[in-house]
Design a protein around this ligand. Structure first.
Ligand code: SAH
Length: 220
């Protein structure tokens, strides 16, 4: 039963997921390891059952508390940019949400540290990852603006909500050679930035224009 649920049937079947991976490839996702995770991670288990038939459409969906599960293309794009074809070491994720991006990162990194400010979302994500037997993730109910200094520095930092400016604490927690992917700007229209800490200092590139929920201070 559990296995059936995980594999999915009909609109959540392997064939449906394959179609999503194809679509992302056509839209420019090249990293085979990322495309494989799009096929493998059961996105339908991260949304409400009423939405599971739409789980493999390339679209953001509501997850409650006014938040959304990120669009698969954006998840893939961010993961690809963070990874640059190499296995990740220690990764910080800000904005766990339903835990879908977390699950993908967990397969591609040694350790994932994930922070979420809304307790109810965090608990649901924790439960899902436990059911999927993903055990290299540590969760924190807190404000991602401050990062997680006790566990830094990080080789990768992925931020899933948009601040007006890059939080300085996150830059401080970026290891030498590390990369951060972060949407920056006002609501509705943000730059998806890739920031790398090189020997010469911080290098920045704009990858795309995106639309994320805002990064909000404090916890709830
Ligand atoms: N990748 C997640 C994205 C969820 S939306 C998914 O696919 O489900 C972004 C999340 O960031 C929301 O759950 C929101 O509550 C959270 N968030 C916003 N501001 C935050 C902050 N300061 N610290 C931690 N999490 C934050």
């Amino acid at each position: 039963m559990m296995e059936n649920n995980r594999q999915g049937i009909g609109m959540t079947s392997q064939r449906t997921r394959e179609r999503l991976a194809k679509r992302l490839e056509e839209r420019g996702i090249r990293d085979p390891a990322v495309l494989q995770q799009i096929r493998d991670v059961p996105r339908h288990l991260f949304v409400d059952e009423a939405l599971s038939s739409r789980a493999y459409e390339d679209t953001a969906l509501p997850i409650g508390q006014g938040q959304t599960i990120s669009q698969p293309f954006v998840v893939a794009r961010m993961t690809e940019a963070l990874r640059q074809g190499e296995r990740l070491g220690r990764v910080l994720e800000v904005g766990t949400g339903c835990g879908y991006q977390t699950a993908i990162l967990a397969q591609l990194a040694d350790e994932v540290y994930s922070i979420e400010r809304i307790g109810a979302l965090l608990e649901a994500a924790r439960q899902r990852l436990r059911e999927l037997r993903i055990s290299n993730v540590r969760f924190r109910h807190g404000d991602g603006y401050a990062g997680w200094p006790e566990n830094g520095p990080f080789d990768g930092i992925l931020v899933a909500a948009a601040p007006a400016e890059v939080p300085p604490a996150l830059l401080d927690q970026l290891a030498p050679g590390g990369r951060m992917v972060i949407p920056v700007g006002q609501s509705g229209m943000q730059q998806l930035r890739l920031i790398e800490r090189t020997d010469e200092g911080l290098e920045e590139a704009v990858l795309d224009m995106v639309s994320f929920v805002p990064l909000v201070g404090g916890r709830q």
